[in-house]
Design a protein around this ligand. Structure first.
Ligand SMILES: [Zn+2]
Length: 69
């Protein structure tokens, strides 16, 4: 159902790209129709990016998320 809100765990998986394709379809449909979850998704994404940047700083071997390819 489009009407069930995305959970924090689902939003995290979506940000990290570890979500499966069924969930991905359901969540993207929902996010397009739900401003609340879209906002939460933006917040999760910012949080995960900040965390990844922190990891890059702390662990020199960690791949830089800003550096694609
Ligand atoms: Zn929602």
């Amino acid at each position: 159902m489009i009407h069930s809100h995305a959970s924090d765990a689902e939003l995290e998986r979506l940000c990290l790209g570890t979500i499966d394709s069924d969930e991905l379809g359901r969540l993207t449909d929902h996010l397009l129709n739900c401003a609340e979850c879209e906002t939460r998704f933006g917040q999760s994404r910012d949080y995960i990016r900040a965390m990844q940047r922190a990891l890059v700083t702390l662990t020199p071997d960690w791949p830089d998320p800003e550096e694609e390819n």
